[in-house]
Design a protein. Structure first.
Length: 380
């Protein structure tokens, strides 16, 4: 038994002191008073020196890190390297993300994630297939030559992960409601992104099973006075979740504040959309034959098109606090609790509560990461 003591603990209700978080194996078994000598007598004690103990960060959109890109080499070894790079910044759960690619690469990526989960690679929660069912006019950095309309075999492939969660980002107008229903019925978490849909079409897609929106505001039809577009549908819908890239490049701070004001509490979460630069000194990499340059946290091709980010989750939390003025507890939940809810993992992840996996981050007063724990083991 491990006992984490002398910390400001972010519980599901508030940041509290005077508590001891008890961990047995990979699970939190109880939260008790730090004065409960009977419960703490035989525990291995970890004095956190008054630091903040928060749920580990969950990142639903991780293209790369540690100098590698998942699309380039979709293997267990690549996933290990990406996970280790992001753990330095508090990420304890992530979805390796495959940008639009050929069917053979998709199959290899799914098999790699399945193998990584079976092997117990720390932090791997599943896979995010961002494409290839996207709208050419909203392609962003994706290669439109890879885009296609899904057939039954494509849907079966997308839903073939045996272990963990599958998130698919698609353009609803490119796939149709029947395909969305088929994916949702197969247990896939479906998100809209890189889409040219109008408001009415997006409403139909939500009714068909779309659960969320990938990097809200980016690569989708904007909110207009007479046509609310995808952004309007996302902000208007009470049940869906929205991912946000808070790196200072993808969103203006005012846009972020508007989203927080419009969307129900608990329905906005942070993602990085990270590229190989995170956790490495890499300033350039190749994507779809193009050279991508990362400088000052901004990753672009030669034309200036954004190509993911150099953002880590700890920086996303700090940026959100600085740009919106929300309290640190809420910003931390946007990086942990709310993405867990989006993925359907509320019972096991994203909270410091009995029964949850022992995934923690220890932060100092500047909100920098001091320690990262996954499944009750310190990984950073």
């Amino acid at each position: 038994m491990k006992a984490f003591l002398n910390a400001q603990v972010l519980t599901p209700t508030a940041i509290q002191t005077g508590l001891a978080v008890l961990v047995d194996g990979d699970r939190i078994v109880d939260i008790v008073s730090a004065d409960d000598d009977a419960r703490l007598r035989d525990a291995q004690k970890f004095d956190l020196g008054g630091a903040l103990l928060a749920p580990g960060f969950i990142d639903c959109q991780v293209n790369g890190g540690g100098g590698v890109l998942f699309n380039d080499v979709p293997t267990v070894e690549t996933i290990v390297r990406i996970g280790a790079a992001h753990a330095r910044f508090g990420t304890t759960g992530f979805l390796p993300t495959l940008i639009s690619d050929d069917t053979a690469v998709m199959r290899a990526a799914i098999e790699a994630v399945d193998a990584a989960i079976r092997a117990g690679v720390p932090g791997v929660l599943g896979i995010h297939l961002e494409g290839p069912w996207l709208a050419p006019e909203r392609r962003g950095i994706h290669d439109a030559a890879k885009f296609l309309a899904p057939g039954s075999s494509d849907i079966a492939l997308a839903a073939s992960l045996r272990n963990g969660k599958t998130l698919v980002t698609l353009a609803p107008e490119q796939v149709g409601d029947a395909a969305i229903r088929a994916l949702a019925d197969a247990g896939v978490v479906v998100a809209a992104g890189h889409t040219a849909a109008d408001y009415a079409g997006m409403r139909r897609a939500l009714d068909a099973g779309v659960r969320g929106f990938t990097h809200l505001f980016n690569a989708m039809t904007p909110l207009g006075s007479r046509e609310p577009g995808v952004v309007g549908a996302a902000l208007d819908d009470a049940g869906s979740w929205c991912g946000l890239i808070v790196d200072g490049h993808h969103l203006h701070p005012a846009t972020l504040r508007i989203a927080l004001a419009a969307k129900a509490n608990g329905k906005l979460f942070l993602v990085t959309d990270a590229m190989p630069a995170v956790g490495s000194g890499t300033e350039t990499f190749t994507l779809n034959g193009e050279t991508i340059t990362c400088r000052d946290g901004r990753c672009v091709n030669a034309d200036g098109t954004l190509a993911g980010s150099a953002l880590d989750m700890a920086a996303a939390v700090r940026n959100t606090i600085a740009q919106t003025g929300i309290d640190r507890a809420e910003a931390l939940r946007m990086a942990s609790t709310y993405p867990a809810d989006f993925l359907g993992l509320a019972r096991t992840h994203g909270r410091i509560a009995p029964g949850s996996q022992a995934d923690f981050v220890v932060l100092d007063d500047a909100m920098d990461i001091r320690e990262t724990w996954i499944g009750g083991r310190r990984v950073f």
